[in-house]
Ligand binder design. Structure first.
Ligand code: GLC
Length: 799
């Protein structure tokens, strides 16, 4: 039967070309007719299409399939050009085989099908043998064989389980308030996923911004998976590195990485739609300081504007923005304001006049400006795919930066207009290539964020801007942090937010968060506290809610809960040295801050189980088991190695499934054996100097480990000129030593001494610091401490 099928396949694939007359029938790529080698790969002609297979690096291969004439090669996501070359090409009777140092790309000739193998001969991914790349009208689809144990992770901000097998998704950025757990699509498009089977991962990124679909074996009888785009090219990148982390590193090499954000953006943020007038906003600011609840960021939503006109201030409610912002800066705050793309149609409003006068707005093909309604009423929309528009938009932030705004919140940029169906026919410049809303829709948020980031970076004269966006596309991490839009104050939303954050992390976006407490509706005090405790371990830590909901500040739930909230937020601030170092790593490698366990424990089947799929590592050493507030105890799965519960110090040998208490003030959080966690004393915000003592916590274990500790001024780009402070801290249980390597960089650390905290090191009573004996103070049964000066030279501790 199988043999018969194999003989029939080429015939079946040829049938559609016989069926001329009905363009709605599938058209297949067909057999290879000829090929030629080009600088970075090969170009192949088939009966109905043209293939380019290009080597970007030994692990990154691009496949570009077009029908007829190749379209202009243009991408808003990719920032690299092919940099590699295939080592050799073998032309056999049945196939062409291309080799890199890591991969073998086998192109079967009749009909054309591509197979990616590692050099051990393991097939990582291959086109499905019975249906291959084909078109239905303009829609192009690539079908891949589904492996028996194959799992799929990533795809950015998508609902559904960690393992996406058996599910299908669509990419079309959508304003979707109060979305449920099943809702798709949401606000962002990241057409990049990682497949895992036979204990090896691979990645695929479909670089096409039209409406795209991904089917991970939903309704295909476990035979195949596929991805498609309604128009444009089948243009994908294959990633063949051997670990999930290395694939994320390659994907963020291709599409770019986050630059180090300002330090203040890693603190706690308080937001609400409806902080106005100034007196109310200032009273929130004062309350945090009076109550000594740490806070770095205060946020102004649409009400700071005059009639929701972008780049304006409300004359009565915020009459003296500079004075107010000066005061807030003195109190240690940084302030972020919202901007939406819709420009109110109103003669005399400068942004409207400039936009019309300079042809900045999106138009219908007949030249009429598109009009849609959003908060300000009837609006026109900037065409961010035009360089002059991006420059204009970016420079308009002077109206916010001059009085003192520090952060820029890009909302409604799916783009959204009431009615939620902006016509596809609208025209876009596409940086000279010309296109329509059908192609521009999914990159609209990306290009708005780009314009915002580039413009504010210039205006801030060397200070780092902080940009937050709701919509985006692959590459958004270069410009902006992302939040998960309008969630709801429900238990389910806590865990849904965690999955979205973790999935974005797998997809190259490291700086993410969900509205703590829920945007729509009002949380109970328990729900709020539980959410806040998860927020402590979320890259972007912001409490935000809609207009009309009940108060949601940390003091809004009574004294007892205020105390709990304060302790939680304080703990976030104590972790800042660790968190900032983890952000530094993310900026270098793309490794996310919130790391789904699928990154480090890819081949451990249990982490994909429904009850454990939300667990993640926050940085390399802290495991978080997020929970709803109605669960007061829960099952946790701890992968291999020893784990310490943060609150009790109790240890567990993984892999193990345990049941733990989880009262509302104590989220189950564990530290991995051998972990190195730098911490500091409590501050009220990140502009305040912490106590000069850096705490370095080491949790005993059997594994060698190291952690790159990083500091800089947290504010400028001087670190790019070497003004940073970096040192590798390592722990070696075999030689019983802890080492703080000599520091690198010219920045002087905020800290002048160390408290070394040794957890679970048994009954040792003393250590040697650079050869000198030092007695340990006993902090608790399992925690011992030594204090010594923090010199820039190497410090070696023996125990
Ligand atoms: C959108 C945003 C939300 C914001 C509101 C008002 O719904 O997602 O965060 O508060 O608009 O601007």
């Amino acid at each position: 039967m199988k043999i018969l099928a194999e003989i029939l396949i080429p015939v079946v694939l040829l049938i559609p070309s016989l069926a001329s007359g009905n363009n709605d029938l599938p058209q297949f790529a067909g057999n290879i007719k000829s090929f030629k080698q080009v600088e970075h790969g090969i170009e192949i002609s088939t009966e109905n299409s043209a293939f380019q297979i290009l080597c970007y690096s030994p692990e990154v291969i691009r496949v570009r399939i077009t029908r007829g004439d190749s379209e202009t090669d243009f991408s808003y996501a990719v920032i690299q050009s092919p940099a590699g070359k295939f080592n050799s090409l073998k032309d056999t009777k049945d196939s062409l085989i291309l080799f890199t140092d890591s991969l073998r790309v086998i192109v079967i000739k009749q009909p054309i099908r591509i197979k990616f193998q590692n050099l051990k001969g393991v097939t990582l991914s291959e086109d499905y043998s019975e249906i291959n790349t084909s078109w239905l009208g303009t829609e192009v689809t690539c079908y891949k064989k589904l492996f028996a144990d194959e799992k799929f992770i990533g795809l950015g901000e998508k609902n559904g389980p960690l393992n996406r097998r058996g599910n299908a998704y669509e990419n079309w950025n959508t304003d979707i308030p109060s979305y449920s757990e099943k809702e798709d699509p949401l606000y962002q498009t990241v057409p990049f996923f990682i497949g895992i089977h036979d204990n090896v991962p691979y990645g695929i990124f479909l670089d096409n911004s039209y409406r795209t679909r991904f089917n991970f074996g939903a309704s295909t009888d476990d035979q195949f998976s596929f991805f498609s785009a309604v128009r444009g090219e089948m243009n994908y990148y294959f990633f063949g590195a051997t670990t999930v982390a290395a694939i994320i590193k390659d994907y963020t090499w291709l599409t770019g990485r986050m630059k180090l954000p300002p330090l203040w953006s890693l603190g706690y943020h308080q937001s609400r739609w409806g902080y106005y007038p100034e007196s109310e906003f200032m009273s929130v600011a004062r309350k945090f300081r009076d109550k000594k609840i740490p806070c770095d960021g205060l946020w102004l939503d649409i009400n700071y504007m005059d009639a929701y006109k972008i780049f304006t201030w409300h004359p009565a409610d915020f009459p003296q923005p500079k004075k107010m912002l000066d005061q807030l800066h003195q109190m240690g705050y940084h302030v972020t304001t919202i901007v939406d793309p819709g420009i109110k149609i109103e003669k005399g409003y400068f942004a409207y006049d400039e936009g019309v006068g300079n042809d900045y707005f999106v138009k219908y093909p007949n030249g009429r400006f598109y009009t849609g309604s959003v908060w300000p009423g009837r609006c026109h929309f900037p065409d961010f795919t035009k360089e002059s528009v991006r420059k204009w938009w970016g420079s308009s932030f002077k109206y916010l930066i001059e009085p003192g705004i520090d952060g820029f919140w890009n909302d409604m940029n799916e783009p959204a207009a009431w009615g939620q169906n902006i016509p596809d026919i609208l025209q876009f410049d596409f940086d000279g290539y010309k296109s329509t809303m059908a192609e521009a829709h999914n990159i609209y948020g990306l290009e708005m964020s780009r314009a915002t980031f580039e413009g504010t970076k210039q205006l801030l004269n060397g200070r780092r801007p902080f940009v937050l966006t709701r919509a985006g596309f692959s590459g958004i991490q270069r410009y902006s942090a992302v939040w998960t839009g309008d969630n709801t104050a429900t238990e389910k939303d806590i865990l849904m937010g965690v999955r979205l954050v973790n999935s974005m992390g797998l997809s190259g976006i490291a700086f993410t968060g969900a509205d703590i407490g829920g945007f729509m509706g009002s949380p109970s005090k328990e729900l709020f506290i539980r959410w806040l405790s998860v927020g402590v371990y979320t890259p972007f830590f912001r409490n935000h809610t809609e207009i009309g909901s009940l108060d949601q500040e940390p003091w809004a739930f009574g004294e007892e809960f205020e105390g709990i909230a304060k302790t939680m937020i304080e703990f976030r601030y104590r972790l800042i040295p660790y968190i900032y170092s983890v952000f530094y790593e993310a900026s270098l490698t793309g490794m996310p801050v919130a790391r789904s366990l699928a990154i480090n424990y890819t081949n451990d089947r249990r982490i994909y189980e429904w009850k454990y799929q939300n667990q993640y590592l926050f940085g390399p050493g802290i495991l978080v088991a997020p929970l709803t507030s109605d669960q007061k105890f829960c099952k946790v799965y701890l992968p291999e190695g020893r784990w310490y519960r943060v609150s009790s110090g109790n240890s567990y040998e993984g892999p193990v499934e345990i049941i733990v208490d989880a009262p509302i003030w104590d989220l189950p959080v564990f530290v991995k054996e051998s972990a190195i966690i730098p911490m500091q004393g409590i501050v009220q915000n990140t502009t305040e100097n912490p106590s000069p003592i850096l705490e370095i916590h080491i949790f005993n274990g059997s594994q060698k480990n190291s952690f790159t500790y990083y500091e800089d001024d947290g504010e400028t780009y001087n670190y790019e000129q070497g003004d940073y402070h970096l040192r590798v801290i390592s722990f070696d249980p075999v030689s019983r030593s802890i080492r703080l390597a000599k520091t690198e960089g010219s920045f002087k650390s905020k800290f002048s001494s160390v408290n070394l905290l040794l957890h679970d090191f048994g009954n040792i009573t003393g250590i040697k610091v650079n050869g000198r004996d030092q007695t340990l103070n006993v902090k608790s049964e399992k925690e011992k401490m030594a204090e010594f000066p923090l010199k820039d030279e190497m410090i070696e501790i023996k125990y």
